[in-house]
Design a protein around this ligand. Structure first.
Ligand SMILES: [Cu+2]
Length: 507
């Protein structure tokens, strides 16, 4: 930590923090080594002024991206220091058609190494923004990949070694929307009736700057930010809205409901549209997960309000306040009914009789199968274009949102804990919530055409930084290193008698 980081009597705190930002101290402050005992309790909704919801700016396939500290409007002109992509929190929302070559020149304007990980996008290792590929301060890197996956909302955020949690908590995140013909044919509500909502919690210091007190069990902030706006309000016409929701928190789970008691019409999740529209009253979502929902605002009259609420914290996240204006359905798009097929083709991954099954135990707050992350360890290799079953379980300190790079997966079962799968876990996922005492099995096939190193980790960012992460290799099935993935393994036995990370068994 820099000389400016210590709290000194008599030093103006705002200046101190701004200095810390300039000196890179804002990042250094965020390490687990700086964990504070202060715990942010869930607060009731803040009464008082409402702030206009910020809508992230648009970006396209070649938009330049810069990460740097700066002042941002956290709502109603209340400016605070944060780490920003292109000067904003969240950063711009990329909107890119399927098949497009994305070529994003990135500049690191931070005073610490960072990367840009394209969460949910299936990209070459070199564009995956892994901890191995840190972009040092004041340097640039060209992230290049072709979008070869169906329409859906992914996102981008830093993924540097040991510092993901602090950089995200200080503000670095943005959305990435893919369009395709299949989705276009549905004629769903579009701008301004399609609105991305990046939901997270945060702490703000007395000077109004974002602050971060990471702790091993996961950072929880005392206020909600939706698109970087606290006490956010969106004025809505009497029509249907499409909300593209991303949980961008470090560790907090959100259980989303509407204050009117109405349902969300769920149409999509991490990997794009679901086979069928389905009405759900509540959705418990973890960091990294996305949902695509339609919300009926036709009944919200002028000045009336329906709130998007997190029942876990009791917070009002977003107030939807009616303008009273009616809009013809043609300007909004088609609204699929509950139970309507969405005309999307989602082939079911079928496990072969001799399917490779790997079991991963999420141990404590720092280990997978007893091992802390080692950047240089490759835990196992996965033949590409082959369906495998990966089994996630936990021996405590859950929830652990499990995220895999390099492929989407299908969730096939959950035993223990909640003992069921949820509507938003159908279709394609890249992040799945593992609650206490749960065992979740997914099927996965790396068929994106990319070989090389990828990651699997807990997306509670403090767990990730503390070591709950591993590397694996996607390889040519005809050129595996050895007969057993253990050939790659340098691991010691885990706590459950497993020989190594990526313990393999065959049915
Ligand atoms: Cu975890």
């Amino acid at each position: 930590m820099g000389a400016k980081d210590g709290a000194r009597p008599g030093v103006n705190r705002r200046l101190l923090l701004q200095g810390a930002v300039g000196a890179g101290g804002l990042i250094a402050l965020g390490g687990l080594g700086a964990a504070r005992s202060m715990v942010s309790a869930a607060a009731p909704p803040v009464k008082g002024s409402l702030n206009k919801l910020f809508i992230p700016l648009p970006a396209h396939a070649t938009t330049e991206l810069t990460a740097a500290p700066g002042l941002t409007d956290l709502g109603g002109g209340s400016m605070g220091m944060a780490l920003l992509y292109n000067g904003h929190l969240p950063g711009p929302t990329f909107v890119v058609p399927k098949g497009q070559l994305v070529s994003v020149p990135f500049t690191n304007g931070l005073d610490a190494p960072t990367t840009v990980h394209w969460h949910g996008l299936i990209v070459p290792t070199a564009a995956d923004g892994q901890p191995h590929d840190a972009i040092v301060p004041k340097s640039s890197y060209l992230y290049q990949f072709t979008v070869n996956q169906r329409a859906g909302m992914s996102w981008y955020h830093p993924h540097p070694h040991l510092a993901t949690a602090s950089q995200v908590a200080y503000g670095l995140a943005g959305g990435f929307i893919i369009r395709d013909d299949v989705e276009d044919a549905l004629n769903l509500p579009s701008d301004p009736y399609e609105v991305p909502l990046v939901i997270r919690d945060a702490n703000v210091d007395k000077a109004g700057n974002l602050s971060y007190n990471g702790k091993a069990s996961g950072f929880t902030g005392s206020i909600a930010l939706v698109n970087g706006t606290r006490d956010a309000q969106l004025e809505v016409d009497r029509t249907w809205y499409r909300f593209r929701i991303l949980i961008g928190s470090n560790s907090r789970l959100f259980n989303l409901t509407l204050s009117s008691g109405a349902s969300f019409r769920l149409i999509g999740n991490d990997g794009g549209l679901l086979p069928t529209a389905v009405d759900v009253l509540a959705m418990e979502l973890s960091p990294g997960e996305r949902v695509d929902v339609l919300v009926d605002c036709t009944g919200i009259g002028a000045g009336e309000t329906v709130n998007l609420v997190d029942t876990n914290s009791g917070w009002t996240l977003l107030r939807l306040t009616g303008t009273g204006a009616l809009n013809a359905p043609t300007s909004v798009g088609r609204i699929p009914a509950d139970g309507d097929a969405l005309c999307v083709d989602i082939p079911t991954l079928v496990a072969p009789a001799d399917v490779t099954r790997r079991t991963f135990s999420f141990d404590g707050m720092t280990r997978i199968n007893g091992l802390v992350y080692d950047m240089d360890r490759i835990s196992f290799e996965v033949p590409e274009n082959t369906v495998e079953e990966w089994v996630f379980r936990t021996n405590g300190n859950a929830p652990h949102p499990v995220h895999i790079h390099g492929a989407s997966f299908q969730v096939v079962s959950r035993t223990g804990g909640r003992r069921k799968l949820f509507e938003w876990e159908a279709g394609w996922k890249d992040t799945v919530l593992l609650h206490d005492r749960e065992t979740v099995t997914v099927r996965i096939r790396f068929d994106g055409g990319h070989r090389g190193r990828y990651l699997m980790h807990c997306h509670k960012l403090e767990h990730e930084d503390a070591g709950m992460m591993l590397n694996f290799m996607v390889v040519d099935p005809n050129a595996q290193l050895g007969a057993s993935p253990a050939a790659y393994d340098t691991a010691v036995p885990g706590p459950h008698g497993m020989a190594a990370q990526g313990h393999v068994s065959h049915k």
